[in-house]
Design a protein around this ligand. Sequence first.
Ligand SMILES: C[S@@+](CC[C@H](N)C(=O)[O-])C[C@H]1O[C@@H](n2cnc3c(N)ncnc32)[C@H](O)[C@@H]1O
Length: 235
Amino acid sequence: MGWIVPPPRRPRKSREELLRERMEKVNWLIEQGFLRSRKIIEGMMKVPREDFVPEMYRDYAYLEVPLPLPGRDATISCPHSYPMFYEALELRDGDRFLEVGAGSGYGAALAREIVGSKGLVVTIEIDKETYEFARRNLEVLGYHDVLLLHGDGSLGYPPKAPYDKICITAACPKIPSPLIHQLRCGGRLVAPVGPPGSVQDLTMLEKKQDGTVEARVIEEVLYVPLRGRYGWFET
Ligand SMILES: C[S@@+](CC[C@H](N)C(=O)[O-])C[C@H]1O[C@@H](n2cnc3c(N)ncnc32)[C@H](O)[C@@H]1O
């Protein structure tokens, strides 16, 4: 399993073409069973993924491939992975949501549309260059109420805990314990678990009301490695 990324090129597609591709992609995701909930469907229709993709890859925004971002190892994940994560999390209106691995900022913007003004989106990026890319994208598109932080997301962000839903968008050796602590009882966490460079288990962890956790594998995926204190590499 691997990805074939198309070669970079100057963008040629018009806004209208990209909008049409977005609508077609949403319909395809519904047909394929990745996308079911009204709020997630509306979010995917609204957020212009092409504006979170570096210019030289913009025309490929709706291909089912992860695309490179500025920074080390950073990618915007392929389109189907967002509903795959958010449907598994049952991300809803009003949720307090933490994302580890902001990348382009697309996942955070989409989450913002889903959780609405009563919810909260915190997203953390470890790579400075990638963080700056996400910051610019979120700013340009007006997502001023997404709390974007530069740092090691494997430690979570205690000041805004507990979170109803957490997603880790990089492959981890095991689910970082600080994130389990910062998950509300009754909450859900989704993360790829496994070594870099080979297939990983997309794992859904539920924290029960009594604080015990149950985890199950929902899919096989291929993600870039988690860095930091609870990642594969410290830096
Ligand atoms: C697949 S990309 C994320 C895609 C992103 N969700 C988006 O919508 O574009 C994974 C990201 O996780 C970041 N990352 C890796 N380890 C991290 C850590 N410990 N804390 C925060 N970010 C981390 C990488 O730098 C990379 O940008």
